[in-house]
Design a protein around this ligand. Sequence first.
Ligand code: CTP
Ligand code: MG
Length: 231
Amino acid sequence: LDYEVILLAAGQGKRMAASRNKILLHLIGKPVISYSLNTFLSDPACKHIVLVAQEDEQELLAALVKKETKKKKCHITIVSGGSERQYSVYNGLNVLMNLENIVMVHDGARPFVNLAQLKSLHRKVQETRAAILGVPVKDTIKRVIDGIVQETVPRETLWQIQTPQAFYAKDLLAVHKCAQQEGYLGTDDASLIEKYSHLAVSMVLGSYENIKLTTPEDMLIGEAIVKRKRS
Ligand code: CTP
Ligand code: MG
């Protein structure tokens, strides 16, 4: 079963504190968004890319997409985002080709997801209906209230969650509608599945390289990752 992807690029990139949206910043010669766009384009199972973008950046992104898709036959749609990530995903869900399809949701600010990870996520979602990428937490995590440590959270069961996250489109649309009705905002798509459906979400081991570029130092780490991949 093929899949469609909602590729999120409609944020502001405020914490990056750059002069433009971080997904357009250049990372060793290419805009950040091009990396994940190309990875999805290289996956034969990916049949439709929905690029969610701010209105005033759509023209620029359309030109970029045109360049990247010259020889590839993947369908690409550009739609407008919303004021919150969750609303941007919802706008993407509304232009999918077929709600019977699998949908992956991916942060455009995560350039380093690779084809092997897409394939294992795709395999898993077909088995279990909901699957997400992540890695075990490396640091010690404590719960802190008013500057005072309350407890050390046992680390063995803690994972850092990444994207892509994969679901059946109709399942994801249903839980987004529930969240909208209650005015609930989740920090990722899986949290809506957890809250509003009975589906169990499967964890797929990603990689510590699949970082989200969030603050300025992340760009330096990103450059190092690109260089290592090239050497
Ligand atoms: N995103 C989106 N629509 C929004 C908010 C975020 O499509 N209303 C996208 C971003 O473009 C990014 C991804 O969701 O690819 C993850 O969000 P985040 O890292 O928080 O990006 P920004 O919201 O752009 O950054 P910040 O929170 O620092 O402003
Ligand atoms: Mg944000």
